[in-house]
Ligand binder design. Structure first.
Ligand code: IPE
Ligand code: IPE
Ligand code: MG
Length: 247
């Protein structure tokens, strides 16, 4: 089935978030090192970014490296950081042609200096793009993000700049790394794992969750369109009843 043709044009999610999982298992199928899977994961990223742009998604957030991933063997962490620098170098021109903007969420300062510099370079180069915003979650975890937001809010209260009674959902949104972004309507996780792994806990309060057994390096834009097709055929009730939605 060609899912792209079946999509309802005015029901495309504005924001899609993806937990790109299964690179290690993909590599193991071929008796290869885990890093081989990470390398091939880049092809999936390319395809999904292209697909999201084609159908007018506004934000695509990719979970590329979690706070918890720092606990992996140093060799793998180093390989991932190297791959990140290489991919950003290689892909930025293509992103520019496709009018894609880049944004990063996470504890950027914990990344190696060369990664930070490459990110800054690419973000600046893509600054005037007006199409899809590609959001990379790097050294990201949701609990970290929330604690950072709470600390900054507490600081404002302490110096008398903010009344505790003024703290509400919107204010909280503004203190998160994702400020000014809509919450994801759709969250996809590949590789068959059915968990969130500390990703966007606040922002996915009402997201539709889509789990696929496909391993990330095998995922392509057609799989993205299939996920969106599935999403479009769900009823989002936000606490209401079906009857209320119809009327
Ligand atoms: C996802 O694939 C990539 C990162 C977490 C960086 P994994 O490396 O987690 O692959 P599996 O889950 O071990 O197969
Ligand atoms: C989640 O994948 C993080 C990223 C995709 C970057 P993991 O493979 O690290 O997740 P867990 O630890 O198995 O839940
Ligand atoms: Mg994994």
């Amino acid at each position: 089935m060609i899912y792209k043709d079946k999509l309802i044009k005015d029901k495309i999610p504005k924001h899609i978030a993806i937990i790109m999982d299964g690179n290690g298992r993909w590599a193991a199928q071929f008796g290869n090192e885990r890093t081989f899977g990470h390398e091939h994961g880049v092809e999936a990223v390319r395809s999904v970014v292209e697909g999201a742009g084609e159908i007018g998604v506004e934000y695509l957030t990719l979970y590329a490296f979690s706070t918890e991933n720092w606990s992996r063997p140093k060799l793998e962490v180093d390989a991932l950081m190297g791959l990140l620098v290489q991919s950003i170098s290689d892909e930025t021109d293509e992103l520019l042609k496709s009018n894609v903007r880049l944004r990063v969420i996470g504890d950027v300062k914990s990344l190696p200096q060369n990664v930070q510099e490459k990110l800054d370079w690419s973000i600046a180069k893509l600054n005037d793009c007006t199409g899809l915003t590609l959001v990379l979650a790097l050294s990201y975890s949701s609990k970290w993000e929330i604690v950072e937001a709470v600390k900054r809010i507490a600081e404002q209260v302490k110096i008398g700049q903010l009344e505790p009674s003024a703290i509400n959902y919107d204010l909280m949104d503004g203190y998160l790394n994702t400020s000014n972004m809509p919450d994801p309507e759709l969250l996809i996780r590949t590789s068959g794992e059915c968990r969130i792994s500390n990703f966007l806990l606040w922002q996915i309060a009402y997201s539709e969750l889509y789990f696929t057994p496909k391993l990330w390096p095998d995922f392509r834009k057609e799989d993205l369109f299939e996920a969106i097709y599935d999403y479009q055929n769900r009823e989002r009730r936000f606490g209401k009843t079906s009857e209320q939605l119809v009327s």
